[in-house]
Design a protein around this ligand. Sequence first.
Ligand code: SF4
Ligand code: SF4
Length: 351
Amino acid sequence: MDKHWSEMNKEMQALIAKKATFRDGVGKLLELRKSLFEQITQIVSTYPEEAFSRMPFAGAEGYHSKTLAYSIWHIFRIEDIVVHEMIAEDQQVLSSQDFQAAIRSPIITTGNELAGEAIVDFSKQLDVRALYRYAREVMQSTDRILTRLEYSDLKRKFREDMAEKLRNTHCVSEAESAAWLIAYWCGKDVRGLIRMPFSRHWIMHIEAMQRIKNRLCKLARKGVDPIAYCGFSCDHCFLGEWCGSCRTDYNTCSFATISPDGKCPNAVCCQEKGIDGCYECNLLATCEKGFYAPSNDGANAARAQAMYIRKHGKKAFLKMHDRLHEKYDFSKTQEILGQDCQEGLRVLEES
Ligand code: SF4
Ligand code: SF4
């Protein structure tokens, strides 16, 4: 489990367990959920539509054997059912705002009954933007309900009539692979539900989503030119797991993620000019677009690398990068190339 989330989760559990620190514990829980939800936001806002129905670990054991779209649906359907039917005893977000039609989901259940190709077929039908809006609404409504909880609520238990009520919603499939959920939830008190599904369940599925998208990036980069338009090496990039290269639809470099159209300005500019990369551009020395923006502390490192490619070619550049990583211990090239591109070029040429 991710160390940061695992620590936050442990801290939150310890804080909510005592009356004196319960409020701080709820605060920590909301903080954890915010941090986890940011991952979903990043994934939804940067990955292409087709990524959400792909299953790169089909047949594997574990949460990563699903799709990205299924994972989001499953996390938030479970949360919506549990928080609204069991804790608040009001209306689920799915039905109160007619999200099912917007998402175009053929089911209202948690999806536990689906497996293999059925998950892929289901995922292909979903409108991912609407699904994201639903997920955000569920998270916000749960956060409001969690904020209103008192310490004394934690020991609240659920009786058989709650199980009956849940069955009557038809939100949990009667299939063997899903039906157990009702007894599982009803066997917990509110404190147990905070763990599953409001915190640990998120961590497990969002970590699985990270594995899925890392794998999809790796697959996207297969056979693609490993030199980025701006002059970085994708093969040596510290974002290599997260980003599938600016030469594919899986580009999630920092400037792509902050651009309104999700595209890196250097990649767009090169494509418009019909050139292979910024290293072929006569404006390289003075350009301030994207990675070369003066506010970017990696601007001169990128420029120095593009200058190296222009002088020595891509093949020599990749070999030099291997040597650079043997010689120095760094993750971002600006750590060793500094803020002066001529000086950076000198470091590269001496490696
Ligand atoms: S951030 Fe840039 S260099 Fe790194 S993998 Fe993505 S496109 Fe390649
Ligand atoms: S103008 Fe800047 S971003 Fe565009 S190709 Fe030239 S160096 Fe690259």
